[in-house]
Design a protein around this ligand. Structure first.
Ligand SMILES: [Ca+2]
Length: 63
């Protein structure tokens, strides 16, 4: 959690300004928005969650 806070606190003053929060949300949004269409759909959310929590183990739905 402290690591995450450090990533969000880009100017390192120990607190998050509204601007820093907006930028963080923007970064999260664009990393979830895989095809870059400016919208996040359910597939993108699921693939983001899958990719961030279980890395490498992709055995649940093989085509
Ligand atoms: Ca999208």
């Amino acid at each position: 959690m402290r690591l995450t806070f450090g990533l969000l606190d880009t100017d390192g003053d120990g607190s998050l300004s509204e601007d820093e929060v907006h930028r963080a949300v923007g970064r999260i949004f664009s990393s979830v928005d895989e095809n870059g269409d400016g919208k996040i759909d359910l597939d993108e959310i699921q693939s983001f969650i899958r990719g961030s929590s279980i890395n490498g183990t992709n055995s649940e739905d093989t085509p």
